[in-house]
Design a protein. Structure first.
Length: 224
């Protein structure tokens, strides 16, 4: 079994969310931060023949980089990683000590609809992160002004702080909202996204269906 570049890129991203990962039998990749405010799901390009728990995902990825075009033989308790000249037996960790989603969150749905939805391009996302880092601001705020959906980089505790804003869509509804998201929780792969926001939750979905569920801050407001 060989891991595709896409699967490896997802695992590298997931290591920034949680340094451990539990991969169930099949193609589902999932992770959850220790504080449970970030959850992500993705379908791997491969089918894993058994459950496996990797305690140190950073270490595992570094081991993979030791090989040229590595092949993985996955068994119940360990895997063998090898190429034409070298090999490594890599033993799994204990699955019960790894934070992992208990059930997939169904959002948006009929029972839990999105209040606000828009597209966010990779270039727009890069601009927002650059603004956050340049201005040293902790939060993104998604709000509406003059029937436009706007994302601002803000510090809610300092109203006089510098502020960067970016128009990302139109909204002619009567709803009013301010969704605050800690930028440190946006551990996203750089891609274009469908963004859905609701009470207490935000969802970022890439074009190839990598999903990130990110908690919104308690100071957020939403009225229909």
């Amino acid at each position: 079994m060989k891991l595709s570049k896409r699967t490896l890129d997802i695992l590298k991203n997931y290591a920034t969310i949680n340094p451990s990962i539990y991969i169930p039998e099949g193609s589902l990749l999932q992770t959850m931060s220790v504080s449970e405010n970030i959850i992500s799901y993705a379908e791997a390009d491969e089918q894993f023949p058994t459950d496996l728990a990797i305690y140190d995902l950073f270490e595992f990825l570094k081991v993979i980089e030791l090989f040229n075009d590595p092949d993985l033989t996955i068994t119940e308790n360990s895997m063998t990683i090898k190429d034409d000249y070298s090999s490594c037996v890599y033993t799994y960790g204990e699955s019960d000590i790894i934070s992992t989603p208990k059930a997939k969150i169904d959002f948006p749905s009929e029972k839990r609809p999105a209040g606000v939805s828009f597209k966010l391009t990779k270039d727009q996302l890069d601009k927002l992160f650059k603004a956050v880092n340049t201005l040293n601001l902790p939060m993104l705020c998604i709000t509406k002004e003059n029937k436009k959906i706007i994302i601002k980089t803000v510090d809610p505790k300092n109203p006089s702080a510098n502020e960067y804003s970016l128009i990302v869509g139109d909204d002619t509804s009567k709803s009013e909202y301010e969704f605050y998201i800690n930028h440190e929780n946006l551990k996203l792969v750089r891609d274009d996204y469908q963004v859905d926001l609701g009470k207490g939750i935000s969802k970022f979905t890439t074009s190839d269906n990598i999903e990130y569920m990110v908690a919104v801050e308690k100071i957020s407001i939403y009225t229909e």
